[in-house]
Design a protein around this ligand. Structure first.
Ligand SMILES: CC(C)(COP(=O)(O)OP(=O)(O)OC[C@H]1O[C@@H](n2cnc3c(N)ncnc32)[C@H](O)[C@@H]1OP(=O)(O)O)[C@@H](O)C(=O)NCCC(=O)NCCSC(=O)c1ccc(O)cc1
Length: 140
């Protein structure tokens, strides 16, 4: 069984539109924040270390999102992130946003470990690969 990493976000004034609900690009910023939290807390490598010291990044190459219910100012969103598949340089993640048990957003994301200098994919560093594998039962 896969183990989900849990983090959270609160809906702020800057996240909402004229209808009083979260404007969808803001969800994508929160989603990337959850990926940052996952890298730092689950994989042990902060974005600063990754980008500044190791000179790698994790751009998104695929993103599919279902928005299932609106979120409002002040909502406390719980965000669950589950690695589903680990490749040489890619990683598929399932991400779910919920508030008090109600699912607000479900996403399937593919990240790629990228060498910042060459701007090409590169194999996951061993320590990050190990941490991703340890936290999950991967499909392949
Ligand atoms: C990332 C890339 C350099 C990789 O290209 P290449 O070096 O030629 O590698 P490949 O095409 O062989 O692909 C590498 C892997 O990705 C996989 N891949 C590539 N594209 C896809 C898609 N569309 N779906 C699934 N898997 C994919 C591919 O199967 C390879 O998997 P492995 O076998 O596990 O290695 C190139 O695809 C690229 O530049 N894409 C554009 C990325 C981009 O601009 N994204 C949006 C902006 S970045 C961003 O939003 C961001 C989010 C979060 C962050 O933390 C940082 C940045």
């Amino acid at each position: 069984m896969s183990i989900a990493f849990e983090t959270s976000a609160q809906v702020r004034f800057a996240h909402i539109d004229a209808a009083g609900i979260v404007f969808y690009p803001r969800y994508l910023e929160m989603l990337n924040g959850a990926v940052e939290d996952w890298c730092e807390r689950a994989l042990g490598v902060s974005f600063r270390e990754m980008h500044h010291d190791r000179k790698i990044g994790v751009p998104t190459v695929k993103l599919q999102v279902d928005f299932t219910a609106p979120s409002h100012l002040g909502d406390h969103l719980s965000i669950a992130l589950t690695p589903k598949k680990l490749g040489r340089s890619s990683c598929n993640l399932d991400i779910c946003f919920a508030c008090e048990g109600e699912v607000r957003l479900k996403a399937e994301v593919v990240l790629v470990c990228m060498d910042l200098e060459s701007q090409r994919s590169t194999a996951w560093p061993d320590d990050m690969r190990l941490r991703i594998s340890e936290a999950s039962t991967l499909a392949a």
